[in-house]
Design a protein around this ligand. Structure first.
Ligand SMILES: *Cc1c(COP(=O)(O)O)cnc(C)c1O
Length: 429
């Protein structure tokens, strides 16, 4: 009886609670989760499903990790939060030390923010303030199509115009410059014409551009596209040639997901500004950071304002910093490298089988990311149920079925994810 009365009120949920990108008119069913351990989500009633999504790229070490739990518990008994204006604390200092040492060497200044979107807003503001100090009017950003940088206004304005419905917000969103997205895949042979349109755009708009912003190597929520490192190298070269800042949005790719600690390493480049988030706390809570070079930071602060004009209420939250510290310590132990390499190898083999299904247009993979692109968009409600019935949590969008499991996943558990995709997609043949 106790069980019954404690059931999650799904009816209330459907009638009153907004979930990401949902309608109050036609709410889709949600699955009640009561716990999570390792790679498993525990559904109400006791069933367990393997999480193929790492709760949107974040839970790299798995759920309920003893070291992350300990970090949170120890910190909560000291202080959960304290303002960051005029105050500092050990968790923030320890975390920023790690961030400065793990990221490209030229990135020396850290701004802690609350979410990925805010880290992007902060990066864009830094770039605008940089040019303001230099007394140049540079109101535009250049990016590539199929990008995703978040749901807040400035972030949305540099996100793919179709995905973020620029038409809907016309007149409210600043209008920026979009170059064609890279076509050469990560493992393809590089074709120099892939950078052609980007070069044209940067050349044409050079005097009004504050910065280029893009996701290095992996375009995530804008289409799960994995592009060639030389594209990124050319972007860096062109930014240098025209003296334009480069912002790397590593929010999805950072902390090992692509097989390198940061995706920029695939192209051996370092950005002027870099955003991290998602996996920063190992998926425990929201925290992000924007890092900048000394040159950018000092220029930003050298203008009329005399400082960088941003400071969220929960900036540098000690609880989040403490957990992020523990997560980065785990990464520094280095096991992730073998784990992600093994996942990549297995994905290459198992996705190859899936590629033969008639519903499948293409498969691609890199590091701990596996993508199956379909010919047609999925029916969310039914495919979601089919995956849960198969014992896995995979949440497709549009024509994309993709996985990015926790790095700790075993080969057997990973096979269960890929065979669930195989089975569910074969059933639709
Ligand atoms: C998820 C994501 C963001 C936005 O982060 P939120 O924490 O959801 O605000 C920005 N950029 C990229 C590349 C992302 O994947």
């Amino acid at each position: 009886m106790q069980e019954l009365t404690n059931k999650i009120d799904l009816e209330f949920d459907q009638q009153h609670i907004w979930h990401p990108y949902t309608s109050t008119l036609t709410p889709l069913p949600c699955y009640p989760v009561t716990g999570a351990n390792g790679v498993y989500l525990e559904l109400e009633g006791g069933r367990k499903v393997i999480d193929g999504m790492s709760s949107w790229w974040s839970t790299i070490h798995g759920y309920n990790h003893p070291l992350l739990n300990e970090a949170a518990k120890t910190q909560i008994d000291k202080m959960s939060h304290v303002m960051f204006g005029g105050i500092t604390h050990q968790p923030a200092v320890d975390l920023c030390k790690k961030l400065v040492s793990m990221t490209p060497e030229s990135l020396q200044h850290v701004f802690l923010a609350d979410s990925g979107s805010v880290a992007v807003e902060v990066a864009l503001k830094m770039a605008l303030q940089y040019w303001h100090t230099k007394q140049e009017r540079r109101p535009k950003f250049l990016t590539v199509r199929h990008g995703y940088h978040g749901d807040t206004f400035a972030a949305m304005s540099v996100t793919d115009p179709d995905n973020s419905m620029h038409s809907l917000y016309k007149g409210f969103l600043p209008e920026h410059i979009f170059a064609d997205s890279p076509e050469c895949g990560f493992f393809d042979e590089w074709r120099e014409d892939d950078i052609h349109h980007f070069r044209e755009q940067i050349t044409q708009h050079q005097t009004e551009l504050a910065a280029v912003i893009l996701e290095p190597i992996v375009q995530g929520a804008g289409g799960m596209r994995l592009y060639h490192p030389t594209f990124l190298k050319r972007v860096r070269e062109l930014c240098d040639e025209f003296g334009i800042l480069l912002i790397a949005d590593e929010i999805a790719t950072g902390f090992g997901r692509t097989g390198k600690l940061f995706a920029c390493e695939h192209a051996n480049i370092s950005p002027d500004i870099m955003c991290v988030g998602k996996a920063l706390t190992g998926g425990y809570m929201t925290l992000s950071a924007t890092l900048a070079t000394k040159h950018v930071a000092d220029t930003v602060c050298g203008g009329d304002a005399g400082c960088f004009m941003h400071g969220p209420t929960f900036m540098g939250n000690p609880l989040a910093c403490a957990v992020a510290n523990a997560s980065l310590t785990l990464l520094q132990e280095g096991k992730w490298q073998q784990q992600v390499a093994a996942i990549e190898k297995q994905l290459a083999l198992e996705l190859a089988e899936i590629s033969h299904l008639s519903a499948v247009k293409a498969v691609r993979w890199l590091g701990a990311i596996g993508v199956v692109e379909l010919h047609n968009a999925v029916d969310m409600a039914s495919i979601q149920q089919a995956f849960v019935d198969a014992g896995v949590w995979i949440r497709p969008f549009g024509k994309l079925v993709y996985i990015m499991p926790p790095f700790i996943i075993t080969p057997e558990q990973l096979s269960k994810l890929t065979s669930a995709i195989f089975t569910v997609l074969s059933a639709s043949e």
